[in-house]
Design a protein around this ligand. Sequence first.
Ligand code: API
Length: 269
Amino acid sequence: MQVAFNKMHGAGNDFIVLDERAGSLGLTPAMIARLADRHTGIGCDQLVLIAAPDHGSDDVRVRFFNPDGSESGACGNATRCVASLLAGQGAGPDFRIRTDGGLLAARVLEDGLIEVDMGRPGLDWRDIPLAREADTLHLPLLHDPAGCSMGNPHATFFDHPADPAAVGPLLEAAPLFAERANIGFARILSRERISLRVWERGTGLTLACGSGACAAVVNAVRRGVTERRVAVEMEGGVLGIEWTGDGRILMTGPAVISFTGLVELDDYR
Ligand SMILES: N[C@H](CCC[C@H](N)C(=O)O)C(=O)O
């Protein structure tokens, strides 16, 4: 079965976007892992499925999968990409996107950037989830990270001395995290600007992580080291993050189609 796909990226965080609105493609975790392989597949940080809306609703349902085949409740950069794709197909400019992490509102702005309301962060240890009760503002790990959920689990380190590529795999799988975690390495540049690298659960180091940027700002604000509106510099680009007065996280950034293609899915079964 030949299937059309879009290859997209948001600030260098790249995605295979497949459309299941006309029917299931029958993907398995093993097939997702093969499609995500950068040498023998299409290659991506996440595979994104646009699914048929639930019965009786107009919302689009979107699911996110990592290259190891695991599923995530949230992916900020891919959510912007889906909104941009739907806008290119004539919908919008306002969208409601249903994810496992919550119903998200997305909007194409006049300058072409996409804004997504990522909802409220989960600040309780059960939200992340942690394996045992702990203070999420000071997780019981070396170098004092803070944790929160953005629909997926995050921990943010400030000024961690080690190389993220070296410590990322160990921290992602630390027993404290009941479902593993995305690990952010932040540096405070000013009260309105931080730099961030993210070791993503099920993926590894990426050029940008939207939900990781949101989590880093939430944790920086909780620690009192930034304002509520912060530019987050990552290797692939800058995202604007704001934790609004009513507790919601707004994320603004780019979404780009790199190319469109056809894939013979049976070759990946
Ligand atoms: N790149 C994504 C996050 C993917 C999350 C995934 N790695 C997980 O939670 O398992 C983002 O822009 O938010």
